[in-house]
Design a protein around this ligand. Structure first.
Ligand SMILES: [Fe+2]
Length: 294
């Protein structure tokens, strides 16, 4: 646990925007590992309408407001995932606030950040990086936008993982509790959008899914049509999540990772209290059945 008090004092955490409790960085990119990185990169190129290039021994898949990297390694793992601030002073403010905390910063793992970036290893060994990268949003021009928005992990140790990410400035939007009061999932935000990180209790620590946010529900349908035209079957959805209230569907990549398109995710007031949901299928899909991780 860090020196930061993560509930009542959260509004004092971030000086760059004193009106918001969250750290203010957005999910910018992630590096997946795979036994067959070319196959996964090829899938992402089609599914998320990106262009892939082999650079320095790994694949970089790039589209407007979405960048994913794939390198050789175990399936269902990420080498790192990265949140970007808009400016160097914001990054520096974040780093200063973490000085003296239990979490020790490490070096920059990402070729997309400069040397001022830093990272942390979470209790499960996932590497989360922070840096600066300007994304020129093409939302207004793109006929079918998809902005990389959140990432989800499975963990056997939610009770340690959640406070760890709170200590980095993530703010809990919603918790999912079972009937015994045990935490089974948690949704954390880094700005006004309901979650930029989701943590699901599960027997095994692993990568769960990536999500790109599109313009609206009509664009979700257009993305589903695009998947169908590419021969990619929908694995889950279309549905509406309880926490976040977003309309979504998911497909599976060649390694079995979930790849999500979502729209209309909840916008949170700075003072929004953390909510509680019951651990049941309806919570993860208000319209029907869900993929339960535990
Ligand atoms: Fe999601």
């Amino acid at each position: 646990m860090s020196v930061f008090v993560v509930a009542g004092a959260a509004l004092a955490f971030y000086g760059m925007n004193a009106q918001r409790p969250e750290l203010g960085a957005l999910l910018d990119h992630a590096c997946l590992t795979s036994p067959d990185p070319e196959k996964v990169a090829g899938f992402l190129e089609v599914a998320y309408a990106m262009t892939r290039k082999a650079i320095a021994g790994e694949w970089q898949c790039v589209g407007p407001d979405r960048t994913l990297l794939v390198r050789s390694g175990a399936a269902n793992r990420i080498a790192y995932f990265a949140y970007a601030f808009d400016s160097a002073p914001e990054l520096e403010a974040h780093r200063r606030r973490l000085e003296g905390s239990a979490a020790s910063p490490r070096g920059n793992p990402s070729p997309l950040f400069d040397d001022h970036a830093y990272s942390f290893s979470d209790p499960d060994g996932n590497v989360v990086a922070f840096g600066v990268r300007n994304r020129s949003s093409a939302d207004g021009d793109e006929p079918l936008p998809a902005r990389l928005q959140h990432l989800a992990l499975r963990t056997p140790d939610l009770d340690t993982m959640v406070p760890f990410y709170e200590s980095l400035g993530f703010v809990v939007s919603d918790r999912v509790l079972d009937d015994a009061g045990v935490l089974r999932a948690c949704f954390l935000r880094t700005d006004h959008e309901h979650h930029a990180l989701a943590l699901f209790g599960a027997p095994e620590a692993r990568f769960d899914h990536l999500s790109c946010e599109t313009r609206d529900t009509a664009a979700v349908i257009a993305w589903a049509d695009r998947m169908a035209a590419s021969g990619i079957p929908i694995h889950w959805g279309v549905g509406r999540h309880g926490p976040g209230n977003d309309v979504f569907f998911m497909v599976k990549d060649p390694d079995g990772n979930l790849i999500e398109i979502s729209a209309d995710i909840e916008v949170c007031d700075a003072s929004r209290p953390a909510g509680t949901w019951r651990h049941e299928q309806r919570t993860l899909n208000l319209w029907g059945t869900a993929i339960m991780r535990s």
